[in-house]
Design a protein around this ligand. Structure first.
Ligand SMILES: Cc1cc2nc3c(=O)[nH]c(=O)nc-3n(C[C@H](O)[C@H](O)[C@H](O)COP(=O)(O)O)c2cc1C
Length: 216
């Protein structure tokens, strides 16, 4: 264990893969996001659409977990989940959320902050109808964030749902769907040598994006 702790303490990466100059940063952060996402896809980064979603309960207690961003357009990012889950309850109580992407192969991090609300039913129906059947069954069968007695209880629930929909299309459960997150703050981080990283932030001020360089 001592060796493991020493190993972790000693791990040091110098970041040398790129720069983010003021001149290169786009005026619109959504365009900057799309550019970096395209480069991340091109670089074949695994789980490129995985993002850390942080929520805060009405008591002010934060929690975070990884989810997939499935759709994005015009500063809106869509994620899909169970509306009874902890994250969903927290977003419905307190819509302020943050999203963080980390793409280590490009030495890049993107942070976003915004406001979450339930997506339109039509969007959720459409997304659900395109999911693989097994995922549709899983959405019905799992009372996400609830406590299970054991694994068998989950598997019995899956079997139940499978029988219930045998030979039929699976409709979206009311308790499952999308959240639309409208982003009003972005920060693009490019790792640089000796921890002197580039950080460019965009804040929505009176309908205009104010661009600032932050100290690393
Ligand atoms: C790579 C990855 C992708 C995930 N994608 C989703 C997702 O899109 N939606 C979702 O509800 N949970 C997703 N999860 C599971 C969540 O991290 C989490 O365990 C679950 O949503 C319950 O969180 P909650 O109890 O805070 O609501 C994903 C987990 C990982 C590791």
């Amino acid at each position: 264990m001592g060796a493991l702790r020493d190993e972790i303490k000693k791990l040091r990466e110098d970041f040398i893969k790129g720069t983010l100059t003021d001149a290169a940063a786009k005026a619109d952060p959504f365009e900057q996001f799309e550019l970096w996402l395209a480069q991340a896809v091109e670089a074949k980064i695994p789980e490129v659409q995985a993002v850390n979603l942080a929520t805060v309960s009405k008591e002010g207690k934060p929690a975070s977990r990884i989810v997939y961003v499935r759709e994005f357009e015009n500063h809106q990012f869509f994620i899909y989940t169970n509306y009874n889950s902890r994250k969903a309850k927290e977003m419905l109580e307190n819509p302020h959320v943050s999203l963080t992407f980390f793409w280590p192969e490009l030495e890049r991090q993107i942070r976003m902050e915004g406001i979450a609300k339930k997506a339109d039913k039509e969007r959720s129906d459409n997304y659900f109808s395109h999911r693989p059947r097994e995922s549709q069954i899983g959405a019905w069968a799992s009372n996400q964030s609830g406590v299970l007695k054991n694994r068998d209880e989950l598997e019995a629930s899956v079997e139940n749902i499978r029988r219930r929909f045998e030979g039929k299309d699976i409709v979206r459960p009311e308790f499952w769907g999308g959240f639309e997150i409208t982003v009003n703050y972005y920060e693009f981080w490019q790792g640089r040598k000796s921890r002197l990283h580039d950080r460019i932030s965009y804040t929505l001020e009176k309908d205009k994006w104010a661009i600032k360089r932050l100290a690393p």
